[in-house]
Design a protein around this ligand. Structure first.
Ligand SMILES: [Zn+2]
Length: 503
């Protein structure tokens, strides 16, 4: 802890050189420009933790009137860095968050206090020294013209989220005013909505959205020379479930209690008799990623599911007899039992569901031909069937959690927490982040933390959108990212949905 403070103090000394005023100056073009050049400016705002329920409530109070709203379903686990990477198709992040396990080096990076520092200080490229690759800012940052620039913004955000938010909005609109003289598309990222959702309440998130709406309207009125067309999107929802201190768990303790040794490397795991696993404690989220040797994956997942904190534990599954070869299997464990398993056929983009699984228990209303041992379902059918249920887009999200999409080293097992449990994650250096009860979180498979929002003035939207498909809907955003020299990477196999067929 003392070393952390020393690091923060050292960072503080460098503060004046990357002040926000300086940033605003550097990023706005003083000349007024010719408004006929960019009569229409498309604005894309990535709002961290923009939940569907908060947007609905803001609209009930008159905000975003006439805009199109869609449920926006993120990847599982619903966690920021990996999710933004998935949405924007940028270069993969090593793990789900800064804290991750690298199976090639057999090492955990950025854990505990070190993980905190890099998490709270996103724009690391501005530090006066070079960081090693594993600690560098994720590639999706480059997709945005504007994001919290001074690293102190992030620290302020956790201590005084509204202060950081309003200051962030000030800077954002200054940057938009400047950039709109010379470009017809503008992108920005706001972290504070997520922080407000974690530390305060949904009421406060709604208040922040009302204020954003007001600022947008004011900006439009002040700039009648152009029309500004906004689109807002979030990387996950926010469950709005308060986390009592006794429900904040270190999952390593849960694994040990279930007879799984917790280790820091596979080398260490191999010295243990019986099941052993590397558990990654991320930030204060409602999931935990676990890495284990292949022969132990099912047993570690089963034991992990006996924890009081676990709702479902997902892992790659073993093939079942009576099904074709070459399918990809996924398992979900609950209370020490295999609760579900299913398979994916990449060749046909279809899912094979055994009929002996109690799908109703998972609130998935799957029906089978009478007497059939299984059914084969299209991706669209399962998306439509699950999107309004407890586990939205259950099958695609569970399957792709184990594929190297947006994440270079996917987990072998992902624990999805039960309410009101939360992972202990980091300990923030600012007391308010630890001692004030946490108002909400995200990461788990269930809808509360998984239902993000997509809100647009630019075009009509389907009622629900898989976040992997955002770029298909907004070609101007793709073009802008290309101009910003952001390298785009392919979607997960089968991520596309036929939205016309879903209507
Ligand atoms: Zn986020």
């Amino acid at each position: 802890m003392r070393r952390l403070w020393l690091a923060l103090v050292l960072l503080g000394l460098a503060a004046p050189s990357c002040d926000w005023e300086h940033y605003a100056l550097m990023n706005s073009v003083p000349a007024r420009g010719d408004s006929s050049l960019n009569p229409v400016v498309r604005v894309y705002l990535g709002l961290d933790g923009l939940s569907h329920s908060a947007v609905v409530r803001a609209r009930e109070q008159g905000a975003f009137a006439g805009w199109n709203l869609s449920r926006f379903i993120p990847m599982f686990p619903a966690t920021s860095d990996a999710s933004w990477t998935r949405i924007l198709h940028t270069e993969r992040f090593a793990g789900l968050e800064y804290g991750h396990y690298d199976p090639v080096k057999d090492k955990v990076y950025n854990k505990a206090v070190g993980g905190l520092l890099v998490h709270l200080v996103p724009p690391l490229e501005e530090l006066p020294f070079t960081l090693p690759a594993y600690a560098q800012a994720p590639a999706y940052y480059k997709a945005f013209d504007y994001h919290a620039s001074a690293y102190l913004d992030a620290l302020w955000s956790y201590d005084r989220p509204f202060y950081g938010y309003y200051r962030g909005l000030d800077n954002l609109f200054v940057a938009l005013e400047g950039r709109s003289q010379v470009q017809d598309t503008f992108t920005a990222y706001l972290l504070e909505t997520d922080v407000i959702g974690h530390l305060r309440s949904e009421d406060d998130v709604v208040a922040s959205l009302l204020s954003l709406n007001e600022r947008i309207e004011r900006f439009k009125q002040a700039h009648p020379e152009r029309s500004f067309v906004f689109t807002l999107f979030g990387d996950h929802g926010m469950d709005g479930v308060a986390k009592p201190l006794d429900s904040v768990v270190d999952f390593r303790d849960e694994l040990e209690a279930a007879g799984v040794a917790t280790v820091e490397s596979f080398e260490e795991a191999d010295k243990v008799e019986g099941p052993a696993a590397v558990a990654i404690l991320h930030t204060r989220v409602t999931y935990v990623a676990i890495h284990a040797r292949e022969q132990w994956v099912s047993e570690v997942a089963r034991r992990a599911s006996t924890s009081k904190a676990a709702d479902l534990v997902f892992a790659r599954g073993e093939p079942r007899t009576g099904f074709p070869e070459g399918l990809t299997w996924v398992s979900a464990w609950r209370e020490g039992e295999l609760a579900a398993s299913f398979a994916y056929d990449a060749a046909t983009d279809a899912y094979w569901l055994p009929s002996d699984v109690d799908w109703e228990a998972l609130d998935l209303p799957v029906s089978f031909t009478s007497g059939a041992s299984h059914g084969v379902f299209s991706d669209e059918a399962l998306f439509a069937l699950s999107v309004e249920r407890t586990y939205p887009d259950f099958f695609f999200r569970a399957r792709t959690a184990f594929e190297p999409i947006s994440v270079e080293f996917p987990a072998d097992i992902v624990v999805s927490y039960r309410h009101p449990f939360m992972s202990v994650g980091y300990q923030a250096p600012i007391s308010s982040a630890n001692e004030v009860g946490t108002a909400g979180s995200h990461g788990a498979m269930d809808r509360l933390g998984s239902m993000g929002a997509l809100l647009s003035e630019e075009r009509e939207l389907p009622p629900a959108v898989r976040s992997d498909n955002l770029l298909e809907l907004f070609p101007a955003l793709v073009e802008h990212m290309t101009q910003r020299e952001v390298e785009l990477f392919p979607s997960a196999q089968g991520a596309e949905l036929d939205y016309d067929a879903l209507r």
